[in-house]
Design a protein around this ligand. Structure first.
Ligand code: CA
Length: 229
């Protein structure tokens, strides 16, 4: 999917910021929908699924973090990438934001150029290298076309970032990937995400893969990074 065909929902209660985001997204060719509170955002998503959501953390009524939690716990909406926007810069808040299921997290005041790069990275969801391929490793199967992952015939639900991580690992089992290499492959080289983000998403992937039991094949290689098997 190219950025230009995408429908982006902007959830931001400050009118000036909402308009700046809408203006820049429209300049990229996106169609933009806007909400100024959490309830309207949830209502909008239930009626018309956007391809991506930019979600302010501090909103009147239902908070951004709660909107994110609800969307990510619903199987119909969990795959919509969410970029959280927040004035909170504490590392603990960032981790909390990501653990709620947000796919990325941007601290205000952000650079619009950097944010747009992150938007593009999230929308670049189809990875041509593995398109249409079914990858297997031990009892894990990944279908890159239907985005289905299963283990021992049990279907495993992954967020978009965890799916991209797993397909990277499954392309080359046994290869040790550094955090920087994973950032390049999974998040895109033109954006800045710190390596703690990689750890959070690998942790989430590990948890999902072991949800119904089975061996933990994700190896943490001290001082080097991660590998599958
Ligand atoms: Ca706000």
């Amino acid at each position: 999917m190219s950025v230009g065909q995408s429908n982006v929902l902007v959830v931001e209660d400050e009118p000036a910021q909402r308009e700046v985001l809408a203006f820049n997204l429209e300049a990229e060719g996106c169609s933009v929908s806007k909400a100024d509170n959490g309830d309207d955002a949830l209502l909008y998503v239930s009626e018309d699924m956007p391809d991506l959501i930019l979600l302010d953390w501090m909103l009147p009524g239902v908070s951004g973090i709660e909107v994110c939690r609800r969307l990510k716990s619903n199987s119909k909406t969990r795959d919509i990438p969410i970029i959280m926007l927040s004035a909170r810069s504490e590392e603990v808040d960032k981790v909390r934001g990501l653990e709620t299921g947000a796919d990325d997290y941007v601290v205000k005041p952000y650079s619009v150029m950097e944010l747009m790069a992150r938007v593009r990275a999230q929308l670049r969801r189809v990875r041509p290298a593995t398109m249409g391929k079914i990858l297997t490793f031990e009892d894990i199967t990944l279908d890159s076309e239907t985005h289905r992952v299963s283990r021992n015939d049990q279907s495993i639900k992954l967020g978009p970032t965890e799916f991209r991580l797993l397909s990277t690992f499954m392309e080359k089992p046994g290869r040790v990937w550094s955090r920087e290499q994973l950032l390049d492959r999974v998040w895109g080289r033109d954006i800045y995400v710190d390596s703690r983000t990689v750890d959070v998403h690998v942790g989430r992937l590990r948890k999902s893969l072991c949800e119904y039991g089975g061996e933990d094949y994700l190896r943490t290689v001290r001082g080097a990074g991660y590998s599958l098997g």
